[in-house]
Design a protein around this ligand. Structure first.
Ligand SMILES: NC(=O)c1ccc[n+]([C@@H]2O[C@H](COP(=O)([O-])OP(=O)(O)OC[C@H]3O[C@@H](n4cnc5c(N)ncnc54)[C@H](OP(=O)(O)O)[C@@H]3O)[C@@H](O)[C@H]2O)c1
Length: 247
């Protein structure tokens, strides 16, 4: 990053949810933000909302599907210098009881999130500033030992392990992971409204902080990981205390 240029943050999977909240936050903080989504429509919509809210900030867009590894490489290799890379895209959860989970479901989740994130990192690393950072979004399922979460635990647990190894290997570039708990994003709109309300109520009853998280709270944690030059190989839980387990 030159002293006259704003830092460039590349957010992969940020047309909605936590990534979108982060885009607004970083734009307000003076970053040049490039965000991605899978369609022209979703990217254009996100850019329009961000530019309307923050006309002074610089927002650009890319179209890529993290599950399409070759196409992702073709898109990212065209990117110039990057100061901060954030991996926030998600579409394949592989939730469900282990005995009915198919290996194809696990493969799709691993391909989209674990391999999808690593594939993108490998292309961007040569363009990443020496003092730059990479932040993964994992998830509490990595350690929550919850029935029905084996598929997503496999992905998020692996990302936690990868974070520590990559932080060692890529230093002085920093590598961290933010681990959200249940967070009120568009991701849950795949459920019927009453089913989602029951899910939120059950978590509200169980969590030490007695509520579901907001995307801005995870975005806040990612902004901290990006901004603190002495934090690497770290995992920050933003989950209302879910990782503490039962009292
Ligand atoms: N929400 C939660 O409760 C929760 C809990 C724990 C962990 N997380 C993790 O937090 C991260 C963000 O989740 P979120 O809740 O913010 O999700 P979200 O609201 O559903 O947003 C997902 C974002 O990812 C993009 N995306 C989806 N599939 C993609 C793909 N195959 N390739 C590239 N981009 C893709 C979407 O863009 P387009 O639709 O425009 O393509 C969208 O911008 C994910 O890693 C998720 O696993 C979320």
């Amino acid at each position: 990053m030159s002293s006259t240029q704003p830092p460039h943050s590349l957010l992969l999977g940020a047309t909605k949810g936590i990534g979108f909240a982060l885009a607004g936050r970083l734009g307000a903080a003076g970053h040049r933000v490039t965000l991605s989504g899978r369609s022209q429509e979703s990217v254009d919509g996100a850019l329009a909302r961000l530019r309307h809210a923050r006309p002074e900030a610089i927002f650009e867009g890319l179209i890529l599907d993290l599950g399409d590894h070759d196409a992702t490489r073709h898109v990212l290799v065209e990117q110039g210098a990057v100061d901060h890379l954030v991996l926030c895209g998600s579409s394949q959860g592989a939730w469900g009881p282990f005995e009915t989970l198919t290996m194809a479901m696990i493969e799709r989740a691993v391909s989209m999130k674990l391999i999808g994130y690593l594939n993108a990192v490998q292309v961007v690393v040569p363009r990443l500033a020496g003092e730059g950072s990479i932040t993964f979004i994992g998830g509490t399922a990595a350690r929550a030992a919850m029935a029905g979460s084996v598929g997503i635990a496999a992905v998020n647990g692996a990302l936690e392990a990868v974070t520590r190894s990559l932080a060692r290997e890529l230093a002085p570039r920093r590598v961290n992971l933010v681990s959200p708990g249940l967070t009120d994003t568009e991701a849950w709109n795949v459920m019927a409204a009453d089913e989602k309300a029951r899910l939120y109520a059950s978590f509200t009853a169980k969590l030490p902080l007695s509520r579901v998280g907001q995307p801005e709270e995870s975005a806040d944690a990612i902004a901290f990981m990006i901004g603190n030059a002495y934090v690497t190989g770290s995992i920050l839980d933003v989950d209302g205390g879910w990782h503490l387990g039962k009292a």
